[in-house]
Design a protein around this ligand. Structure first.
Ligand code: SF4
Ligand code: SF4
Length: 401
């Protein structure tokens, strides 16, 4: 194991035993070549400092998230009407994230918009009671999913990117034993319109809802007298934590696939010392299904998704080193986003797990997909599912949203 995870950093006394056991349960294979991920290498940060990624087009792309610089065009899904909604969906999130001193909260830094909490921790009758309460509060605050796992130093960022151009140390204490992982679903119909600026509204609203949920939950925990650090894309890798917290499995497109929403969701994390019971990782056949399916790889316009099996192969510095998994080429992916002037989620739209699981036949489909008749499930999806792009012009008059 890499020296980047030291006994000193991992303050839990049984941390190394925990790590072996959780890897056995999740199936995540961490090699001796493992290195913690530096946020500076995230492609969205590289877009701010790395000449191989950053250019004028990238600058325009980011500015386009604020009117009137959106550069609307005549194509379906890219009109002013579509950008107006996309940018409005991001608006509250943008207000919360832009902070002083080079902080970009929820993306580079953890959230700090909190009031003082209570000085002494509330005495719960048991960890189970505390866990029941936090689940109730999460649902009340808007989380669609919640899972809880132990703090795992390996997935914490090895340095945070400061928007003024430097890396700085991660400022989340290493002695918080628990991580609450939340999921906010993205609108299915809007996602069906990708590629389009309109589909980016589902992403923006997912983040905005995530901000509200995470800030509310963290404030509740602080009000109880415990420590809580709310994070979104910042501070730690969300997917391995979500897998450890039992929310789902990683798919070929390198996103989390959940039984409730497929990959159609955004993740948040709260690091806390509130006493909580951990969830167990949940396997429901995603790895085996992805082995026989390559829809996302076929559907990805810049071919950023691998057709091969999981491996420790990396495409560039934006990949995590030393973990056997499916990785994507973030440089190709981001270039495609910039060229089409909005984010993309085609791999989410075309994934057979992207379904409405409130209806029984989709829940049945998932059971079939998770067993030995998975090829039949793939065949069923080919024949029966509508996975073509929905036009923006069809979405706007649609009544059932
Ligand atoms: S978001 Fe779009 S470009 Fe990126 S991997 Fe998915 S399909 Fe490919
Ligand atoms: S599209 Fe297929 S291969 Fe890709 S993540 Fe979904 S199930 Fe796996």
């Amino acid at each position: 194991m890499s020296n980047s995870v030291t006994e000193k950093q991992a303050k839990r006394p049984n941390y190394f035993d925990y790590r072996r056991e959780i890897d056995r349960l999740t199936g995540i294979e961490v090699l001796d070549t493992f290195e913690k991920f530096s946020q500076r290498d995230d492609v969205f940060c590289r877009a701010l400092w790395d000449e191989g990624v950053a250019n004028k087009k990238v600058k325009d792309f980011y500015q386009g998230y604020y009117m009137p610089k959106a550069k609307a065009r005549k194509a379906d899904g890219f009109s002013q009407r579509d950008y107006a909604l996309r940018n409005a969906a991001w608006h509250v999130c943008n207000l919360i994230r832009e902070q002083k001193d080079g902080r970009k909260e929820g993306f580079h830094d953890h959230f700090t918009s909190h009031d003082d909490g209570a000085p002494e921790p509330y005495a719960f009758q048991s960890d189970h009671q505390a866990t029941e309460d936090i689940r109730k509060v999460a649902a009340f605050a808007g989380a669609d999913l919640i899972g809880i796992c132990a703090y795992d130093e390996r997935w914490m960022y090895d340095g945070i990117y400061d928007t003024r151009g430097k890396s700085k140390p991660l400022d989340i204490p290493g002695d918080l034993p628990n991580v609450i992982v939340t999921g906010e679903s993205m609108d299915k119909d809007l996602t069906a319109t990708v590629p389009s600026a309109l589909a980016g509204s589902a992403t923006g609203m997912g983040y905005t809802n995530d901000c509200v949920t995470l800030l509310t939950m963290a404030q509740y925990i602080r009000n109880l007298g415990y420590r809580a650090y709310a994070t979104m894309n910042d501070s730690a890798l969300a997917v391995p934590l979500a897998v450890q917290a039992g929310l789902g499995e990683g798919g070929r497109h390198s996103l989390l696939i959940t039984p409730e929403f497929g990959a159609r969701l955004r993740l948040g994390k709260i690091f806390t010392d509130m006493p909580l019971v951990h969830d167990k990782p949940k396997k429901f056949g995603v790895k085996e299904f992805c082995d026989i399916c390559n829809r996302c790889a076929k559907g990805c316009p810049p071919k950023a998704i691998s057709f091969e099996g999981p491996s420790d192969k990396i495409f560039n510095r934006s990949n995590l080193k030393g973990v056997v998994k499916w990785s994507t080429d973030a440089e190709k992916c981001f270039k495609f986003w910039v060229n089409q002037n909005t984010d993309c989620s085609i791999c989410i739209r075309v994934c057979p797990y992207n379904r409405d699981y409130s209806v029984w036949y989709n829940r049945l489909w998932q059971k079939i997909a998770g067993g030995r008749f998975r090829k039949f499930a793939l065949w069923l999806d080919d024949r029966l599912s509508q996975r073509k792009r929905m036009k923006s012009a069809e979405w706007w008059p649609k009544k059932n949203i």
